[in-house]
Design a protein around this ligand. Structure first.
Ligand code: ATR
Length: 278
């Protein structure tokens, strides 16, 4: 097939769902081009990314363990890349190899789609976790003018370091104080690995969050985590992590194939079918 060629690099890369998402959009829009998986060994990332600069590829997504190496390899960094220290999307802009992290945009777009105006209503946002994933989300939350942002983490020093690194107007909270932190929160986000299949349980209760709260879990295996099940049972807006995975792909598709695609229920079903198939 002729047309632009994009893809995803990782090591290993077989597990990546990105080809399902981009393949769906290519078919849906009847676009020429291809989206491939590229297994790139550590140490060969910069050399591989040069294939974008030379025009052989129009861009790539980057998955583990290459997001830091991609950050180091690109010449230009969008603000989200600088904030997260990672690059998950690479393309050429004004002749220069350019990178960003689409996680902040994907996270916010997922919440915007599920609950328009959530940010204006939130008042207080509580982020659980201070690891790599939480970093992107903390920065994203800070761009929305939310009154108060609390970052709760088992290792308090990690929450403090994240806030200092990003220069955020946020408050670090110790893990044992999580219930108090949640009181009155209009936005609750789990960015820990707890609740994921094979990991521990996330032991937090939502009894005291605000009536109109949005509750988001970035874990999507399982899709309905215990946190989201409780949120739903209490009548809150429960937003699963699969939406972020889909929304964060939009930017890269536009860079690689020239059209801004939409995240639809049909796309979601296609990805869920693929996940069910193993
Ligand atoms: P990722 O890149 O997915 O964010 P990570 O950087 O290892 O992965 O971060 C995992 C997050 O889950 C961290 O916030 C971690 O807390 P610590 O910083 O204290 O390690 C949190 N986490 C993992 N297991 C946990 C547990 N049993 N209880 C509380 N938090 C936990």
């Amino acid at each position: 097939m002729t047309g632009p060629v994009g893809g995803v690099i990782g090591w290993p890369v077989e597990h990546s769902r990105s080809p399902v998402v981009h393949g769906y959009w290519l078919r849906h829009h009847g676009l020429p081009g291809a989206y491939r998986k590229f297994a790139v060994p550590p140490g060969e990332v910069a050399e591989f990314l040069d294939r974008i600069r030379t025009g052989e590829l129009t861009g790539v997504n980057v998955t583990v363990p290459h997001k830091e190496a991609a950050f180091a390899a690109v010449r230009r960094h969008h603000p989200a890349a600088l904030a997260t220290g990672t690059v998950n999307t690479v393309w050429v802009e004004d002749g220069e190899l350019t990178g960003t992290s689409t996680d902040p945009e994907g996270f916010l777009a997922n919440l915007d789609a599920a609950s328009p105006g959530w940010d204006a209503r939130a008042g207080k946002a509580v982020l659980l976790g201070a690891g790599g994933a939480a970093r992107a989300l903390a920065w994203a939350l800070s761009t929305r003018g939310i009154g108060e942002i609390l970052i709760v983490n088992r290792t308090l020093a990690r929450a403090e370091a994240l806030i200092a690194d990003l220069g955020l107007a946020a408050t670090p909270v110790a893990w044992q104080d999580r219930e108090a932190a949640l009181a009155g929160a209009g936005c609750v986000v789990n960015a820990t690995s707890l609740g994921m299949s094979g990991q521990g349980m996330l032991d937090v209760g939502l009894a005291n969050v605000a009536d109109n709260a949005v509750v988001n879990d970035i874990v999507y295996t399982p899709l309905e985590t215990p946190l989201l099940a409780e949120a739903r049972a209490r009548g809150f807006v429960a937003i699963d992590g699969l939406g972020m995975l889909l929304h964060q792909a939009v930017f890269g598709f536009e860079k690689m194939f020239g059209l801004r695609p939409e995240v639809t229920d049909d796309l979601r079903r296609a990805v869920l079918d693929d996940m069910a198939a193993g």
